[in-house]
Design a protein around this ligand. Structure first.
Ligand SMILES: [Zn+2]
Length: 398
């Protein structure tokens, strides 16, 4: 039978195939050597050329035509002509017991698959892949944290719903995640700032957080120079809870348990009620007008919410203050007790709230996108028990 004319080519830089050791449908073992003429002596830095001997080292590589591929590297030992020490060569294409390109593929697969699936696909141990992911993400984190950050975004996300939370910190200038610190406490955020150092913290001009007193305390201690802004989306959510409470009170016609307990027309309008007046369609407007005729208190609540939206639609801080006055007046009459908590919160956070107009109207929108990716990762990984592994993989994808 005629022999195949094709010989194995690995396309590894500065590596030459010496011979094929095993060539079966499932396995390929190839003997290789480096084409580099000399190596640098690790002791004195002298260029070594004199080969003292060779040792074999097995190195895993990417699959070739779907076959598990192992390279038998004929690794040379050199003798230094300057200091007469002996040294074993290294090669830029190899990283420990695998090729650098296999390591890159493993890390790339770990972004979209559970580690166990990656391990099964490539025939590499779970712990080996996890160690690679940890090492790579440490490099990524170091590079990102060394860069300047003018606007910092801080938010929380869960790695196990209602049980375990992490604080996500994003550089808004680059959109890259800097860290995912376990817990959502002041100590967690302070620990990150302390690690970054005072010089780095001084460069931060604006920091955006949700209405968490813990984050506020940490920001006050470490980022006293920066403007602290309350995130717009979280504030709108506060606003909406007031109107939702009014609606729930109005829609309940009968005591709980009796049928039908709720007025379906009010309930069905729950999403239209939360829209801003200038984004309503004609059909929405007609439906709301009909409801408002029947329920004047719902109309008062809706108008209060529109005034709150006006705080953000205002051109500057003074217009926002006027809108705040228009919102607070009807609330003081006692007609809308559901909005009292919101008024209290607005007073407590007034500086952070109004600084939004001065700080270039930043928002945490970018971090919400990051949180979405992290939730997808959480499901892809079938959940995390170790927050450090979660952070490592989170940094690689965001
Ligand atoms: Zn030497």
């Amino acid at each position: 039978m005629a022999r195949d004319v094709m010989s194995v080519r690995l396309h590894l830089p500065q590596i030459r195939v010496v011979g094929v050791v095993e060539d079966t449908p499932g396995v390929l073992v190839v003997e290789v050597e480096s084409t580099l003429r000399r190596v640098r002596c690790p002791v004195c830095g002298f260029g070594c050329r004199r080969v003292h001997g060779r040792r074999q080292r097995r190195v895993r590589d990417l699959e070739v035509s779907g076959r598990r591929t192992t390279l038998v590297w004929l690794r040379r030992r050199f003798v230094c002509d300057n200091c007469f020490e002996r040294c074993v060569e290294d090669h830029p294409a190899f990283e420990g017991a695998m090729t650098r390109r296999l390591a890159q593929r493993l890390v790339a697969d770990a972004k979209v698959m559970p580690l166990r699936a990656v391990a099964r696909r490539h025939g590499v141990g779970w712990h080996q892949i996890n160690a690679l992911v940890l090492a790579w993400s440490a490099l990524v984190a170091e590079r990102r944290r060394s860069r300047k950050c003018r606007v910092l975004l801080v938010d929380e996300t869960s790695i196990r719903k209602r049980h375990r939370y992490v604080t996500v910190i994003v550089n808004a200038d680059t959109g890259r995640t800097l860290a995912m610190v376990p817990h959502r406490s002041a100590a967690a955020l302070s620990g990150f700032f302390a690690q970054q150092g005072r010089k780095w913290c001084k460069q931060v001009k604006v920091v955006v957080t949700d209405g968490s007193p813990a984050y506020r305390a940490a920001v006050a201690v470490h980022l006293g120079y920066a403007r602290h802004v309350l995130d717009r989306f979280h504030v709108i959510r506060w606003f909406s809870t007031g109107l939702a409470a009014v609606r729930r009170d109005i829609q309940r016609r009968q005591p709980q348990g009796s049928e039908p307990a709720f007025d379906p027309q009010v309930f069905k309008a729950r999403l239209a009620l939360l829209k801003r007046a200038d984004t309503l369609t004609d059909a929405d407007r007609a439906r709301l007008d009909a409801l408002f005729d029947a329920h004047p208190r719902l109309k008062a609540g809706w108008q209060a919410l529109q005034e709150l939206h006006g705080l953000y639609l205002a051109g500057d801080r003074d217009e926002a203050l006027e809108a705040l006055g228009r919102f607070c007046d009807p609330c003081q009459t006692g007609e809308l007790p559901e909005f009292h908590d919101i008024v209290d919160a607005l007073i407590e956070w007034s500086d952070e709230f109004h600084d939004w107009h001065h700080a270039g109207r930043p928002s945490n929108g970018r971090i919400e996108g990051t949180n979405n990716l992290l939730q997808v990762l959480r499901r892809t990984a079938r959940g995390f028990t170790n927050p450090h592994n979660c952070q490592a993989r989170g940094l690689l994808i965001t």
